[in-house]
Design a protein around this ligand. Sequence first.
Ligand SMILES: [Zn+2]
Length: 124
Amino acid sequence: MAVALQAMVDIARFRVLLEGERDRKYALLKALRQDIGSVSASRKNSNVDDEHDPEGSTIAFELSQASALMEQSRAGLEQIEGALERISDGSYGVCVVCGAAIPEGRLEARPWTPFCIDHASGRR
Ligand SMILES: [Zn+2]
């Protein structure tokens, strides 16, 4: 049990933060899926030539924006789920690489991070 480590940060508060963020991401993903679904459907029905029709390329652009946002949200959601799992198993707030406590100020900014500042470079 990592009781001593858990006592260093206010886990309950971060759990609330993470759960709120997770709910927001779920809602966003759901809305994006619906958007993409309806744009794709109307695109199929209208028989638009993407390459040459200006409206077609706008739709294609919107679709790619929405897909990119969806990818981002999905990746963020995975990080959040991971953090909530670490809260459950008692390893939250500790770097997964070196085992050092992650400073509370950093958790404040990124409650889902599994890395200390030293090991965060090049990762999110
Ligand atoms: Zn580390």
